[in-house]
Write a protein that binds this ligand. Structure first.
Ligand SMILES: [Zn+2]
Length: 82
């Protein structure tokens, strides 16, 4: 039996009826759950404000973008002050 990672409600999922990447909704807390694995089925909680999980590659890309933006802003500030 699969349990919702958010509220631990039991979710009736037949591993022969779901595919990897399929999105399910928890009937109890209405969280969106992505099927990350079948045989056995494993569900990942999908949440807007969760930046943990295992998306380390995406985080590194975001950090690089932020650094570039900061440099541009600093240059503009110096010009305005002097
Ligand atoms: Zn739930």
């Amino acid at each position: 039996m699969i349990r919702c990672p958010e509220c631990s409600t039991e979710i009736d999922v037949d591993e022969d009826e779901v595919e990897e990447g399929e999105i399910l909704s928890c009937p109890e807390c209405e969280s969106e759950l992505e099927v990350s694995q079948t045989h056995p089925v494993h569900l990942n909680l999908i949440s807007d404000d969760l930046d943990e999980e295992d998306d380390e590659e995406d985080d590194e890309e975001d950090e690089e973008d932020e650094e570039e933006d900061e440099e541009e802003e600093d240059e503009e500030d110096d010009k305005d002050e002097e």
